[in-house]
Structure formats: C-alpha cells, structure tokens
Design a protein. Structure first.
Length: 224
C-alpha cells in the first residue's frame, strides 16, 4: 500500500513538470515570430533560397523548444533564447557563404544584449551580468589570438560572434562558460574529421559560426 502511494505521488510530480501549452506558445511562438522577421530581412539582403529560410525557422523552433523543456519558463531563459533567435540565421548564412555579415552580427548583439539585460534584472542577479561581461571579453581575446596566430583558420565574423556566445555562457555560470568552449571546439573537431573521412573540404573551408551557436546552446542545455 505504501508503494502504491509512492508511485502515485511520483507520477503527480512528473506530470507537474510537463510544460503548459500557453507558456510554450508564448516563448517558442514569440521567438519564431522574430525569426520569421529575420528570415524576410535575410531573403531581401542575402538572396538565399527559400528552403534556407524555412530551415532557419524550423531549427530555431527546435532549439527554443529544447531550452524551454530544459529550463522551464523563467525569465532567465531569455538570455539563451535571444541568442538562438539571432544566432541560428547567422550560423546558416555562414554555412552557406563562409562569412558572417556585419549587419547580422549587429542583430545578434542587439537581441542577445536585450535578453541578457532583461534576464539579469528580472532575476535580480547582478553577478550574472558580470559573468556575461567576463565571458564576452574572454571569448573575444581567445578568438582574436587565434585569428592573429592562425591566419585563414578563422574569420573576423567568428571573433565578433564569439562575444555574444561568451556573454550567454558566462551569464549562466562559470562551468557553462568552460563547457561551452569545450563543446564548440569538440563539435568542430567531430565535423572536421567526419568531412575529411568523407573526402570533404579542407579545414579553412569549414565555417566556424555554426559550431559557435550549437556549442553554446548545447552547453546551456547540458550543464545544470
């Protein structure tokens, strides 16, 4: 009888964690709306195929949904969510053209900064804002050093995008910051080895922007 009661209360606890449809619609729907606007701007300015724009919106929705399932609907979700909305189109453009347009990097900065500020003040965590500043500075210094010492391996856009990635990772926690850097380069190494085994491009032909975005999101999802 005690075992039955335990199973009952356990099942209640599990179901209370299932996301409500209204918050999911608010978070994911809002992000997809902004992503759709960005898709229209990209189509006008970058002349990409329509299927690329569809892929952008779908991938944005998948990542936002994963963040919601992992972290719930607290205001602290805004930091990573804003980065996803602007970072996904940047990663896809980089994947297609091997460049990160300055205007799109500015959009990443604007949305990520807004998300960080709202998340920080809404959650009343000044230390998080300090962590974001340290993360952004550390990432820029690291990537700028690689850009200078290993010419041709990274682009200037990668250095610029790294600031936003470092800010998001540093805002969440120090373990997330270090895990993010590890995951970014681990994903890049795995992709490089896979493409080389398949007779793919040389290292400098593999854009780094997608790994900056995916590695950052992966760290936020994995690190407690």
């Amino acid at each position: 009888m005690i075992a039955d009661h335990s199973a009952y209360y356990y099942s209640i606890g599990v179901f209370t964690k299932v996301p409500n449809a209204l918050p999911v619609t608010f978070w994911v729907g809002g992000g997809l709306g902004i992503s759709g606007v960005l898709a229209l701007l990209i189509h006008r300015r970058e002349q990409v195929p329509r299927w690329y724009l569809v892929a952008q919106v779908v991938l944005t929705g998948v990542l936002l949904g994963a963040l919601v399932l992992r972290h719930g609907f607290e205001v602290n979700l805004l930091a990573a969510a804003a980065f996803v909305v602007a970072g996904v189109p940047s990663a896809l453009i980089d994947l297609r053209t091997s460049r990160l347009p300055n205007w799109l990097v500015v959009v990443v900065y604007a949305l990520t900064s807004a998300g960080l500020l709202v998340a920080t003040f809404g959650d009343v965590r000044g230390a998080s804002l300090l962590g974001a500043a340290v993360g952004a500075t550390g990432f820029v210094m690291f990537y700028a050093a690689l850009y200078a010492w290993l010419p041709g391996q990274l682009g200037g856009g990668d250095v610029k995008l790294s600031a936003a990635a470092g800010a998001v990772l540093g805002w969440h926690s120090w373990p997330t910051l270090f895990a993010g850097l590890l995951m970014i380069w681990l994903l890049g190494a795995v992709a490089y080895l896979a493409m080389r085994l398949a007779g793919g491009p040389k290292p400098r032909d593999l854009p780094h922007g997608p790994f900056l975005v995916l590695g950052t999101v992966a760290a936020v999802l994995v690190v407690p």
